[in-house]
Ligand binder design. Structure first.
Ligand SMILES: [Zn+2]
Length: 382
């Protein structure tokens, strides 16, 4: 019998951590889905792409992005910025709040090809005041009723709440904004993603407020109290939080990681659950963010295995988003979202904001991106 399909990607090395699969294999797409290729069957495809010497990954999921280009000064255009980087799904982390989420949905989510999800900022106007001033953080301004109606209206796209807990943002409020956000999330039945750079007080106190499923973002940040204790090990409270089900996301940005923290954590067995960028207008195509493939390269060169790096940008965030098995995997029946890379030996130096330099020699270079079975990016050389 002959199996028919629209797109065949042939001869690549498939990395699909959702199925514990890392081997040479072909991928067949029919319509917008991956189809099973039974052994010894002949394949007939409309379009055949040779991917020899390439890594074939599920379309990447960037769990921490800023995409509100029409309503903030930091937002990027999702399709043009992210599809060429192999990213087919993105989560906006709190660019919009209750006063401007409708506008975010209409101008960004509705106008993009790629899959977009979002966390609603607990502060009503999201990040629309950046970069002139920080978001107002007085918990009395939070509007749970308005949030509730938005969660009802956008039940597929809205995944949870976002709050930023840096000293310079919260001032005298300390951890009160996080407490109020968790309380609001309890009534909405959703997750909280908390930004943790230079936190007010110690990490122990912050992390103790998080519930199973909440996300501690910028896990390797190095300003103020961080996840490493004075003995250079992971703090006990941080380990306990992970055991409880709190998730840890990198969201590196330009300044939200320190190699000293990342190296100590990884040496102590504390690898990230999710690897993401925190990409904004000023860091797109700029080192040291550039895009998700560069952030992935960084962690690969910090000693995290290929399978784990890919998992942290595919099946792990797919599960958090509630799309397990549908995206973030190349299993038959999943959406035809694919990212083809070459792992090239390019000498590359990445410097963190503390001046420490990491030399990378293995770098993910995007070759082709497929979204819903359609080629949406291809390098001229591929
Ligand atoms: Zn962010």
């Amino acid at each position: 019998m002959t199996i028919k399909g629209d797109l065949l990607i042939r001869g690549g090395t498939i990395v699909d951590p959702a199925r514990n699969f890392l081997d040479k294999a072909d991928i067949l797409i029919r319509g917008d889905r991956v189809v099973d290729i039974p052994v010894d069957e002949k394949i007939q495809a409309e379009k055949v792409i040779e991917a020899t010497n390439c890594l074939v990954l599920p379309g990447l999921i960037d769990y921490h992005t800023h995409l509100f280009h029409s309503g903030t000064q930091i937002g990027i255009y999702p399709d043009s910025a992210l599809l060429p980087q192999g990213v087919t799904t993105a989560v906006d982390q709190g660019s919009a709040g209750v006063t401007n989420f409708d506008s975010f949905f209409k101008t960004v989510v509705n106008n993009s090809q790629m899959r977009i999800f979002a966390h609603l900022h607990a502060s009503p106007a999201g990040l629309s005041t950046l970069t002139r001033s920080l978001e107002p953080i007085d918990p009395n301004l939070f509007d749970a009723e308005c949030a509730r109606s938005l969660f009802k209206k956008y039940d597929k796209e809205l995944l949870g709440l976002k709050i930023r807990q840096s000293k310079e943002i919260v001032g005298e409020w300390g951890l009160a904004p996080l407490k109020a956000t968790v309380q609001m999330a309890n009534t909405l039945g959703c997750r909280v993603v908390v930004h943790t750079t230079n936190p007010p007080g110690e990490v122990e106190e912050l992390v103790s407020l998080l519930r199973s499923g909440d996300v501690f973002t910028h896990v390797y940040q190095g300003k103020g109290s961080n996840i490493i204790n004075e003995r250079g090990k992971i703090r006990q409270a941080v380990r306990e939080a992970r055991t409880k089900g709190v998730l840890f996301d990198t969201a590196d940005g330009r300044g939200h990681y320190a190699f000293s923290v990342a190296k100590a954590a990884i040496a102590d067995g504390f690898e990230p659950d999710i690897i993401s960028t925190d990409i904004v207008r000023g860091s797109l195509y700029e080192r040291t963010v550039f895009g998700l493939p560069l952030i992935m390269s960084k962690y690969l060169n910090l000693g995290i295995s290929l399978e784990k790096v890919v998992k942290a940008c595919t099946s792990a965030p797919a599960r958090v988003i509630g799309m397990e098995g549908k995206i973030g995997t190349l299993a038959p029946g999943a959406y035809g979202d694919i990212a083809v890379f070459q792992l090239k030996e390019i000498p590359l130096h990445i410097q963190d904001v503390f001046g420490e330099v990491l030399t990378c020699d293995q770098v993910f270079i995007p070759q082709m991106t497929v979204l819903n079975g359609r080629v949406v990016y291809r390098s001229l050389e591929f």
